[in-house]
Design a protein around this ligand. Sequence first.
Ligand SMILES: NC(=O)C1=CN([C@@H]2O[C@H](COP(=O)(O)OP(=O)(O)OC[C@H]3O[C@@H](n4cnc5c(N)ncnc54)[C@H](OP(=O)(O)O)[C@@H]3O)[C@@H](O)[C@H]2O)[C@@H](O)CC1
Ligand SMILES: Nc1ncnc2c1ncn2[C@@H]1O[C@H](COP(=O)(O)OP(=O)(O)OP(=O)(O)O)[C@@H](O)[C@H]1O
Ligand SMILES: [Mg+2]
Length: 372
Amino acid sequence: MICSGVCSLMLIKLGVNSGFSARSCMLASPAVFRRQEFLIRCLGVKSMAGPTSEADAENILRAITPPLDHSKHKGQAGKIAVVGGCREYTGAPYFAAISALKIGADLSHVFCTKDAAPVIKSYSPEIIVHPILEESYSVRDEDRASISAKVLAEVDKWMERFDCLVVGPGLGRDPFLLDCVSEIIKHARESNVPILIDGDGLFLVTNSLDLVSGYPLAVLTPNVNEYKRLVQKVLNCEVNDEDAHGQILSLAEQIGGVTILRKGKSDLITDSKTVKSVSIYGSPRRCSGQGDILSGRQVVAIFISWARKLTVAPDWDTRISPKNPTILGCIAGSTLLRKAASLAFEDKKRSTLTTDIIECLGRSLEDICPVK
Ligand SMILES: NC(=O)C1=CN([C@@H]2O[C@H](COP(=O)(O)OP(=O)(O)OC[C@H]3O[C@@H](n4cnc5c(N)ncnc54)[C@H](OP(=O)(O)O)[C@@H]3O)[C@@H](O)[C@H]2O)[C@@H](O)CC1
Ligand SMILES: Nc1ncnc2c1ncn2[C@@H]1O[C@H](COP(=O)(O)OP(=O)(O)OP(=O)(O)O)[C@@H](O)[C@H]1O
Ligand SMILES: [Mg+2]
C-alpha cells in the first residue's frame, strides 16, 4: 500500500496522471523525457506509449494447434482460400497457399486471374487453382455485369466450405477485378467466413472501408506502407510511433472492431479492446514474400480457424488469454513465421529467401509444439 502510494505520488510529480499523453512527452526536452521514461521503468510502470503487453506467444500457439489423430477426415484440419494472383504477381498467392498446407491445413485453394493460374499450378500440384478472375483489359464494357456474376457464382459454390478467406496477396489493383473482389468480400461476410485482408486487398479496403467495417471476423495485416495509408485515411493523421498503442486501438475502433496485425520489428495485434505484441524470434532479412507466408498469412488464417473451433469447445483452457480467436490466430501465426524466419536465417544468412522460410515452417511448429 505504502509503495503504491509513493509510486502514485511520484508518477503524479512526473506528470504520469490521466492527463499525461504522448504529446506532452514530446513537448518535454529529450533529457527530461529520457529521465521520465527511466524513472517510470524503475517504478514498474509499462511504457508511455501504452500498456501493450508481450503475448504469451508459444503457449498460445501450443494451445490452439490441434493434435493429430487417426480419427479425423480430410478437411477437418482446415480449408483455406486465397483470392489473389494476377499477371504481375504469382508468387504471393502461392506463398500464402503453400504455407497453410505446410503447417497442417488439409486443402488450400487459390482464386486468381486466368493468366496467373497455369503459373501458380506449375509451382505446386497440391494447390487447387481456380482461374476465374478477369482484369479490365480482357473484358468488354458490355460483358462486365455477366462476367462479374459468373465470378461470384464460382466462388459462392465453395464459400460456405472455407474456414477462412485470404484476400489480397498478389491481387493487383485493376478496377474491374477489385469490384468483383468487393462482391466476394460481401458474400464471405454474409456467410460468416473469417476474412483476412493483406496486400492489394488492403488497398481496396482502405478505399472502401464499409467492406469490413463492423465485421468482427475481419483481420487486416498491414505492412509499413499499408498501415500508413490506413492511418491517413481513417484517422486523418500520420503514423505516430510514440503512441503506437493508442493509435492502433483507435484505428481498430474506427473500423468497427476489426482485428489489426501491424507487421514490423514487433508485430502489434489489436481487436480495439486489447493490444498484444509479438517480438520473439525474427530475422534481419526483409526479403519480399514474408508477409505472404504470414497471411500464409494463411498461417494466420489457419490458426484463426483452429482457434475458432477450439475456443467454443467444452475442454478449452479458459486460462488462455486473450479470448478472441482472431487475436489468438494472429499471435500464433506471427510467432510461427518469426521462428521460421530465424531458423532460415541461421542457415542461409544474407541469401535467405521466402522459399527457405517456408521450408522451416514445419520444423518451427515441431520445435514449439511437437507431434505426440
Ligand atoms: N512474389 C510476389 O508475387 C510478391 C507479390 N507481392 C504483392 O505485391 C503487391 C504490392 O505489395 P507491396 O508489399 O509491394 O505493397 P506496398 O508495400 O504497399 O507497396 C510498395 C510500393 O509500391 C507501390 N505500389 C504497389 N503496388 C502498386 C501498383 N499496382 N501501382 C502503383 N504503385 C504500386 C506503393 O505505392 P503507394 O500505393 O504507396 O502509392 C509503394 O510505394 C501485393 O499484392 C502483394 O501481395 C508482395 O507480397 C511481395 C511478393
Ligand atoms: N524490422 C523487422 N524486424 C523483425 N521482423 C520483422 C521486421 N519487419 C517485419 N518483420 C517480420 O516479417 C513479417 C513480414 O512483414 P513485412 O513488413 O515484410 O510484410 P510485407 O511487406 O507485407 O511482406 P510481403 O513482401 O510478403 O508483402 C512480419 O510478420 C514481421 O514479423
Ligand atoms: Mg505484403
